[in-house]
Ligand binder design. Sequence first.
Ligand code: PGA
Length: 251
Amino acid sequence: MKKRFFIANWKMQKTFNESIAFAQKHAHGLTQLATHENNQIVLCPSFPALYSMRNMLNETNIAIGAQNVSRHPSGAYTGQVCAQSLKEAGCTYCIIGHSESRKYQKETTVDIEHKCKELIKQHITPIICIGESKLAFESGQTYQVLSEQLQPILETIATANHDIPCYLIAYEPIWAIGSGVIPEKAYIKDVFAWLHQQCSNNSDTPFHLLYGGSVNHENASAILSINYINGLLIGGASLTFDSFNAIINQK
Ligand code: PGA
């Protein structure tokens, strides 16, 4: 059975107290979810909760991920968090290139390449988000946009001097995030066949492809049945244990 990743991207939707309360209240349920050897569950709270959640879930197979990282290793960068700190706090995964970070922090592909390098240096598995806007989708430019976002990252990974167990590419059409709308199955299928080919041609580093954008327990099973999709990046539906659980245990 193929390995499946379930990444909970909590964005800025839970405070420190709420994140800790979630981990406390659902420790048993989360542990149960993570016992299936093919499931890798990664919880991504905001920065302050990373270390405490790691400690609380230490005995489980649940991994903790950050939602972003600085492109710099250290220095006078007020407000930023470096990859080494994430590593020391117990993170083994980190999301980069999320469309919300590209938009609100004005992150460029060059920034994301640097972030990827920093994570690789610390042996943190990068979860690299890519996706096209509604306009690009409607004007048939999906592959051009995805290529521009993906190629520099693939090059970074191919030329990295450090090993990572794998990297994850999360395809998240921007127009599907938080909108309740997901692309047609045939469209998703084509995108993932293309992504698989791009990544396979790149390097020997193992990779896994994830879909994100309005995933819920009703559509998860159909999405996961698509060739080359190895997991889901889940925003809104990861915020309650019941909906997250329902996605992972979909029929
Ligand atoms: P959503 O968010 O599941 O709420 O659409 C996904 C994401 O932004 O990663």
